[in-house]
Design a protein around this ligand. Sequence first.
Ligand SMILES: Nc1ncnc2c1ncn2[C@@H]1O[C@H](COP(=O)(O)OP(=O)(O)OP(=O)(O)O)[C@@H](O)[C@H]1O
Length: 492
Amino acid sequence: MTETRAGSSADIIRLGSAAKHFGAVRALDGVDFSVRSGECVGLVGHNGAGKSTLMHMVAGTLLPDSGQIAVRGGMEQNYSVPRAQKLGIRCVFQELSLCPNLSVAENTRINHPSLRGFGWRRKAADLITAKLDEIFPGHTISAADIAGDLSIGRRQMVEVARAFTVTHDPLELVILDEPTSSLDAHTAGQLLAFVRRFVASGRSCILISHLLGEVLGNADRIVVMRDGKIVAAAAADAFDRDKLVTAMGGAEARKQAEIAAGRPETVVLRVKARPARQEDGKELVAYAGQIIGLAGLAGHGQTDLLLAIFSAASRARPGVEVTAPVALVAGDRQSDGIFPQWSIAENIGIRSLARLRNGLLISPQREAELAWFWQKKIGIRTPDMNNNIFSLSGGNQQKALFARALGSDAQIVLMDDPMRGVDIGTKLEVYDLVREEASHGRTFLWYTTETEELDNCDHIYVFKNGRIVANLRRDELTEEKIIQSSFGCGLR
Ligand SMILES: Nc1ncnc2c1ncn2[C@@H]1O[C@H](COP(=O)(O)OP(=O)(O)OP(=O)(O)O)[C@@H](O)[C@H]1O
């Protein structure tokens, strides 16, 4: 990277008065937005505020209904994805785009048509491996791995690394839309440290995240969106968490309520489950009314155990005992959670069909009532719950999956890192809801990559290499203890 580029104040891209409608929804309402060389711009806002729509315009995947786009000071008349690519603008969107049946190397080749001829596979493999090594030292991903076989966290790592690989086209600006949502704290730290090095070399990033600490700690400038508009923009050190939350217009920056402490432990057993690789007799035990956390580095068996419990509800499995109906809130909504052809209301009602039935048929009225109830309860932002589920922003899709589980008759709710992409105001509301439901006897098993969320749990099981290595009570919980157990030996 040259010094001139690092020192340049020219805008890489500038959008003026950008507006976009989707039917009745005004997703962007005359937005001015720019990125300079050598800066990391943090972009925050509630679910549905318009962040992804704005980023689609920067990336050329969506054109504004009205407004202008200028690159390096020159007006663009026919801005498009190939044009953005030529200018060195890349993006990693929330919905991951790797082809599941291709290898990591083959997926890398898709972005680099210049890798052709004899030995292209080796070159693509070397390119992505070097970038993974640089961003995520110690990763265990092979370029020969098939993308669909990787956990969502590893797919996210590949997707991020791929965006930073360079062959022919330049690399100026990378848009990262919730890039750490599926990563554990350790891996997220590696990525954010890399982003800082990247911008220090004169290139630029846009970082979208609902984890406000991540934005405050890594962005140079922060832009806050609300209802399709930019409502605040300033140097990052002009903000703190409370100021951001207030600007976003979400829930007040309240502290998490005093939570599980004091709730009597009941004796109704709901789940007993031993991980398949556990040899020392440790097992997860959950009673009615408990919120049980599953922690540790991502991909260490937490999701596998949740899926084993889920399947044990319908057919017996050795080592797993389940005593009540089970619902699962999938973290990987793309492959596990969403029925893409269906409306929002149908996606919510699918787990409650028995209650929605009128004779042999599903009553549209009951389905609409259930959907409306949950729309109000957790604020699903849409003008019409009969719209297709993909008309919702990413975070609002996730809320619909919550509504499906909580609106069902399941007494055991399994949550597989479900708060990805959910804004801070809604998160606090969902935490309250989970605690309220637990106080009525529901049991929650909650895998999360956000250590703060474990404060909501009564017990936390820490996983390593497919096994439970520690069982902590909430009052013994510290980030240090989790990391110690995740990397070292079990505490008890
Ligand atoms: N393809 C689409 N069809 C219809 N409506 C859409 C479409 N894409 C976005 N919208 C709507 O535009 C608004 C802005 O959505 P956008 O995805 O930009 O929000 P966001 O700030 O990125 O939210 P999140 O934090 O949940 O990802 C939302 O109301 C959303 O429902």
